[in-house]
Design a protein around this ligand. Structure first.
Ligand SMILES: N[C@@H](CCC(=O)N[C@@H](CS)C(=O)NCC(=O)O)C(=O)O
Length: 208
């Protein structure tokens, strides 16, 4: 196979972007990172051609364009690591992974990720509502992980990659992970995977 020509358009402090970067690194795939930092850049015609929604991350693989972080994960797993277990082929495994991709885009996005967005990027939302949403999903995850190592199957899958970044960085939004020991043990398991790369922490001091 010829060397892939991969570029990831993203933002270093975005958890959506980080999950794509993390998976590229776990797969050992070489890629260019293109910082699409400001609204001006994302609103530019060249970027809108890649993603009319104006959102990062976007992956290009030669002439192929994939927008949306979870879509990027699925594309990379099926294209470059079929039969590896990252995206199970059996009906139950596939459904379990999809459940957590939905949770990453729903409960995690509007809980811990939004709490961080409010602190780090000044997003406007009702703090109490967002923190209650964060507590609800983290409590659920903690119970779910109490007797299993990973979210969807007995090995790391796309479910773990999709959920990792915003859960790991929840303290930057004032959401402590202290009450969730099983979640913290799971984060450490993901961080021990060969090829793991961290997302930079924002300069906001983390609460204890
Ligand atoms: N569903 C998208 C959401 C991505 C997303 O919200 N990206 C943010 C940065 S973290 C963004 O580009 N926001 C700019 C905008 O929505 O205009 C995904 O999973 O990739």
């Amino acid at each position: 196979m010829t060397e892939p020509d991969l570029a990831l358009y993203g933002l270093r402090l975005s958890g959506h972007s980080h999950r794509a970067e993390l998976f590229l690194s776990l797969l050992g795939l070489p890629f260019r990172f293109v910082e699409a930092a400001g609204a001006a850049q994302r609103g530019a015609a060249a970027f809108r051609r890649l993603n009319p929604l104006g959102q990062i991350p976007v992956l290009t693989d030669g002439d192929t364009v994939i927008a949306d972080s979870n879509a990027i994960l699925v594309y990379l797993a099926v294209r470059y690591a079929p039969d590896s277990g990252w995206m199970p082929g059996d009906p139950l495994g596939a459904a379990q992974v999809q459940r957590w991709l939905s949770i990453a885009a729903g409960e995690v996005r509007y809980g811990p990720a939004l709490a961080r967005l409010m602190v780090v990027f000044g997003a406007q939302a009702d703090r109490a509502t967002v923190h209650a949403a964060a507590a609800r999903i983290l409590t659920f995850m903690d119970g779910h992980l109490a007797d299993r190592p990973y979210l969807a199957t007995d090995r790391a899958t796309l479910a773990d990659i999709a959920c990792y970044s915003y859960v790991a960085h929840a303290p930057e939004g004032g959401v402590s992970l202290a009450p969730y020991p099983a979640v913290r043990a799971w984060l450490a398991r993901v961080e021990a995977l060969p090829g793991f790369v961290p997302m930079p922490t924002s300069s906001i001091p983390e609460p204890v």
